[in-house]
Design a protein around this ligand. Structure first.
Ligand SMILES: [Mn+2]
Length: 352
């Protein structure tokens, strides 16, 4: 097992690559969608989202290669691109008129990623996205983080037209709401996506890695969610079995779920070699009410998780996910350094 660091688009700098290397990372996960200009996951409600997905061309082989080289110049590997820009695939998620054209675009994107020498594309097949978090001093010492409060959180208004996955892909969309998206419809869309894309990913040596639904509620804003219990990941894998149909295994989100434990999920999915990489974060509580906390103060025994991963032969990457903001001049960096140091110590303690 080895450490990586996820960096948002505007944080993909030489200084941050060095920061990662200094903290013991061997790899970088790059977010190329331009959200969080202020640097961190934040709350979302009926009026606040992650911003506008500007119409643009898919990421080119050249820009992806340039990024890989910049990462490698700091003695790191570029292990994954995380998340697909809603501008590229909103009608794949929504079953809209541009769906076929956008599926072709995504095939091209996978080819670009493969040719650029990047082995993984993480994605989140979700209509409402990571929605309904509130911000507050929820972690130790009043460190600011996010939580989900269910009925005590923001009112679950319907999704306006022109919005998907917490971003606005069409600021000029006609007024009105998207309406209900049923589970059957959503699974059919996922199946269409996987059947079109997985064979291309296989050819290009790229693994698609699915993030579970965060918050893992059965529906959010009247739209169904795919993976809101650990066992449902199996349904996703079984749709199109392939080494390229894999998981972005988010421990925090899995811990927020109400049925099987994270430990059972590790025992189920790691031996299938279905885990492309791991989001290593902790949480207190489960849906419909939970708070994100420091890696060492949540409900999940993170050292036990490392031991179980080792027992089942997991050799892949661990990255901190969102972390609470520490009170200092560099709140994000301090939070990440704390999480990375913790994981590094955990790995050393279990002899990895
Ligand atoms: Mn995650």
């Amino acid at each position: 097992m080895y450490l990586g660091l996820g960096l948002y688009r505007r944080a993909l700098t030489t200084d941050n690559f060095r920061f990662a290397r200094q903290a013991g990372c061997q790899a970088i996960v790059a977010h190329l969608v331009d959200y969080f200009p202020e640097g961190n996951l934040h709350g979302t409600d009926e009026t606040t989202c992650w911003g506008i997905a500007q119409p643009r061309e898919i990421w080119t082989e050249q820009e992806l290669t340039d990024l890989r080289r910049a990462v490698e110049a700091e003695d790191l590997r570029l292990e994954a691109i995380e998340n697909i820009d809603p501008a590229f695939w909103h009608d794949v998620l929504l079953d809209g008129p541009k769906k076929q054209a956008q599926l072709e675009q995504i095939k091209q994107l996978i080819q670009n990623i493969g040719r650029a020498g990047i082995p993984v594309l993480g994605y989140n097949f979700s209509i409402a996205g990571v929605w309904g978090h509130v911000e507050g001093p929820f972690a130790r010492g009043g460190a600011r983080s996010v939580g989900f409060l269910g009925p005590d959180g923001p009112p679950e208004t319907s999704l306006p037209r022109g919005h998907v996955w917490n971003m606005i892909y069409d600021p000029d969309a006609p007024a009105g709401d998207l309406g209900t998206v049923t589970s059957d419809k959503l699974w059919q869309r996922l199946e269409d996506f996987l059947q079109a894309i997985v064979p291309v990913a296989e050819e290009c040596g790229v693994r698609l890695a699915a993030h579970p639904d965060d918050p893992p509620m059965p529906t959010i804003r009247d739209t169904a969610r795919l993976v809101y219990q650990p066992a449902i990941y199996q349904r996703l894998l079984d749709l199109v079995p392939s080494p390229s149909n894999a998981l972005e295994f988010c421990l925090g989100t899995l811990q927020e779920m109400t049925e099987e434990s994270v430990y059972e999920a590790i025992e189920q999915y790691v031996p299938q070699d279905a885990v492309a990489y791991i989001h290593f974060r902790n949480v207190r509580g489960k849906v419909p009410k939970y708070h994100e906390v420091f890696v060492d103060e949540g409900d999940l025994d993170m050292i036990g998780v490392l031991e179980l991963l080792a027992k089942h032969g997991y050799e892949g990457m661990l990255i901190p996910d969102h972390t609470p903001q520490m009170t200092c001049p560099a709140p994000w960096h301090a939070g990440m350094a704390f999480a990375l140091g913790y994981i590094r110590a955990g790995l050393q303690a279990i002899g990895r």
